[in-house]
Design a protein around this ligand. Structure first.
Ligand code: SF4
Ligand code: SF4
Length: 227
């Protein structure tokens, strides 16, 4: 799923301070799971902003609204009528959701309430870890299902580096928490799978064109017309 974090409240306050009627809109899909964009998060944001502006200026924060998915025009158009007088939208969606909303509500600024951070998985309740960097040419078949691009701090295709110690990545020191060395995990997994011969294969320099270096990517299914 796409994981997002709340922007600092001071930054959000600054971004909406010139508007009078702000609608907070949550998104019920990925960022709801990562606890930053769903119903409860949108309600908390609405309350926090109402409180922040209580004495400084007459800003009306509308009751929050929810959309199932802000990244799909088909989900936005039929289910969303803007309340009268809204002059800005604070979107608690990922960057794709914010931009899709901005495409639909062209005359109204759509401001991001989240920082979109990574593609990840929930490994324990409330704990999300980055798992994929969307490189466009997946290597997981070679690496035992562990991504060296998203999970190795140096994005090494042939690892581990000399900083791996007792299975931990050297980045653990600066992060102040234990981070598994992705390549240590890969070797262990390949052993379990009886596929250590994969580890003997040297990966060539990666072509990053499908990963975005070739420009914005698009997927078109046959029979569908891109917007
Ligand atoms: S190899 Fe690429 S597509 Fe596969 S998980 Fe890693 S970043 Fe994602
Ligand atoms: S210690 Fe492991 S995870 Fe960390 S940068 Fe080196 S190879 Fe990558």
């Amino acid at each position: 799923m796409i994981v997002g974090e709340h922007k600092p409240i001071e930054e959000i306050i600054e971004s909406i301070k010139d508007y009078s009627n702000v609608l907070v809109v949550g998104c019920q899909t990925c960022v709801a799971v990562s606890l930053t964009g769903g119903d409860r998060a949108a309600r908390s944001m609405t309350e926090a902003l109402a409180h922040a502006f209580k004495e400084s200026k007459p800003l009306h924060i509308f009751e929050n609204s929810m959309l199932e998915r802000q990244c799909e025009k088909d989900w936005i158009k039929p289910f969303f009528d803007l309340p009268q007088g809204v002059d800005a939208i604070l979107s608690l969606a990922c960057g794709a959701g914010v931009q899709t909303m901005a495409d639909i509500f062209k005359g109204i600024p759509v401001l991001p309430g989240l920082n979109t951070t990574f593609l990840g998985a929930q490994d324990a309740p409330g704990v999300f870890n980055e798992k994929c960097a969307g490189c466009g040419d997946c290597l997981l078949g070679l690496t035992g299902g562990i991504c060296p691009i998203a999970r190795c701090a140096k994005h090494l295709l042939n690892g581990p580096c000399g900083g791996s110690s007792k299975g931990k990545c050297e980045i653990s020191i600066s992060l102040g928490r234990d981070v598994e060395c992705a390549w240590h995990l890969i070797v262990d997994r390949l052993k379990e799978l009886g596929k250590l011969d994969n580890y003997e294969k040297i990966s060539e320099a990666k072509n990053w064109t499908p990963g975005g270096a070739g420009g914005p990517r698009q997927l078109v299914h046959p029979g569908e017309t891109p917007f």
